[in-house]
Design a protein around this ligand. Structure first.
Ligand code: UDP
Length: 478
């Protein structure tokens, strides 16, 4: 029997969901759509790109709630991608895939005439169409609140000439002009698009998308009051209607009883579960789980340094190495080649490591053997680690990850930030610090935060209540 928040019954609203077509965006949007169907009795139309639609169909498990359906937008993904059945993993391809989607989305929304649209915070075509057709629109920013707040100050930083960061800038110079983050952020903690060498169109894209979000009547975030209360209140000065409903995977498994915490909700890749058996054979809290998400790629040199650092740390490790995790000199994916080279080295005890192409990450983080997470600080990975109470070593590369990693280390103190370094001795030292030296202190904070996260998604908790508020808000649009 499902426990459901108490929300007055009224005619079912129909919401069109428009995620940005990357793994880290599709997943939380998918969970939100399911929750609104399960709890609010809503109708949901989940609009994916054709490519992601095909991928998602292969990983869907269990029944979808009544009222949930898919539609897809044509994209420009090359056919060989379809054959590879892999998710898109270069940022350029991602943006290209949606470049011409607006007319089709407009046609589709005109036909559906929904109660409202929930569009990803970087899918301004959703806001454009909503405004043109006079349909209410709510933004779902799948980043942290702290990063969303930083993006709203990007223009000021440009005016102050802090951004774009000059090549010879002191990266440790404090950023003092973002309210609430004084004493926390340094130049190197700003989103990666602020860095020297970022093509101006990319920085402009984020400026434009952030401004565009202001047209939304409300903001949804996959975070929770206990983690980001102060940042959420600051954002509420821009969006009086704000709904922090995270961690969404925790909320979903709490509310929908048949939905295990470990369900692959909105995953675009098939998971290799063989690592679970390997984890079963490892001592409690001994393993460091290594995953850099769906987009981050390492150079061959970086990969080899991480490998050696992990081996030298003496800790067992489970590493997600996608086929496109390593860039060759000519940008040809070469993970397989590099890995087989490393496997040729005889000195290593291979029972101490396990490598998979894609793991059931939420389940891995919840496994008793896992004691640390070496992560790229993508926001989903971060909240998954927070809910599981697993401390992190952060190695951010793209976009919001630079901000998240600083928050993990210096605001919430549940991990260590290793940004901008990757030599083997730093990797070894940082992993040892997390797993041995500062273990008690960091583990204590991580376990406490996990308890707070669980409380926030339980009945009466802030995320649970915010979901109820969101349902009432959308019903009021009918
Ligand atoms: N993920 C997974 N298996 C893996 C690696 C990642 O299921 O082996 C999932 C992970 O649980 C998270 C998502 O992929 O939900 C990655 O999102 P995130 O925001 O952390 O990073 P991104 O891929 O957007 O950089």
């Amino acid at each position: 029997m499902e426990r459901q928040p108490t929300v007055a019954q009224a005619p079912a609203p129909h919401v069109v969901f428009l995620p940005f077509p990357a793994q880290g965006h599709v997943k939380p949007m998918f969970m939100l759509a399911k929750l609104l169907c399960h709890v609010g009795g809503f109708q949901a139309t989940f609009v994916n790109t054709e490519h992601n639609h095909a991928l998602l169909q292969r990983t869907l498990a269990g029944d979808l709630p009544p009222g949930f359906r898919f539609l897809s937008l044509p994209d420009a993904v090359p056919h060989d991608r379809e054959q590879q059945q892999s998710s898109i993993s270069t940022v350029r391809e991602l943006f290209n895939s949606i470049r011409n989607s607006k007319p089709e989305f407009r046609r589709l929304v005109t036909e559906l005439s929904p109660t409202c649209i929930i569009a990803d915070g970087i899918m301004s075509l959703g806001f454009d169409v909503a405004v043109e057709l006079g349909i209410p629109v709510i933004a779902f920013r799948t980043f942290s609140a702290v990063c969303a707040w930083v993006y709203f100050h990007l223009r000021d930083l440009i005016e102050q000439r802090m951004v774009p960061i000059p090549a010879d800038a002191d990266m440790d110079e404090p950023i003092t002009s973002i309210p609430g983050l004084e004493g926390i952020l340094r130049r190197r903690d700003l989103p990666s698009v602020c860095r020297h060498g970022t093509p101006p169109p990319i920085l402009n894209f984020f400026l434009r998308e952030t401004e565009s979000m202001r047209r939304a009547s409300g903001l949804i975030l996959n975070t929770f009051d206990g983690l980001e209360g102060p940042m959420i209140s600051r954002l509420s000065t821009i969006f009086p209607q704000i709904f922090a409903v995270g961690p969404l995977h925790g909320l979903l498994s709490n509310i929908v009883k048949e939905e295990p915490l470990t369900a692959s909700n909105g995953g675009l890749k098939e998971e290799d579960r063989s690592c679970m058996t390997w984890l079963d054979s490892q001592p409690s809290r001994s393993v460091i789980f290594v995953s850099f998400g769906s987009l981050v790629a390492l150079t061959e040199a970086q990969f080899v340094e991480f490998w050696n650092g992990l081996v030298d740390s003496g800790k067992p490790f489970l590493w997600v190495v996608r086929s496109d995790s390593v860039l060759g000199e000519d940008e040809v994916p070469s993970s397989v080649k590099v890995l087989s080279g490393l496997k040729g080295e005889e000195a290593h005890d291979w029972s101490r490591c396990c490598v998979v192409d894609w793991a059931p990450q939420v389940e891995v983080l919840a496994h008793e053997a896992v004691g640390g997470f070496l992560t790229h600080s993508g926001w989903n990975s971060t909240v998954e680690s927070v809910l599981a109470g697993v401390p992190m070593v952060c190695w951010p590369r793209l976009s919001d990850q630079q901000v998240n990693s600083r928050a993990v280390s210096d605001m919430w103190r549940i991990g260590l930030d290793m940004k901008d370094t990757w030599d083997r001795s730093t990797v070894e030292k940082t992993v040892r610090e997390l797993m041995e030296g500062r273990r008690d202190e960091i583990m204590k904070a991580a376990v406490e935060m996990a308890g707070i996260a669980r409380g926030n998604v339980e009945e009466g908790g802030s995320s649970y209540c915010n979901l109820e508020k969101l349902i009432v808000y959308i019903r009021s649009m009918c």
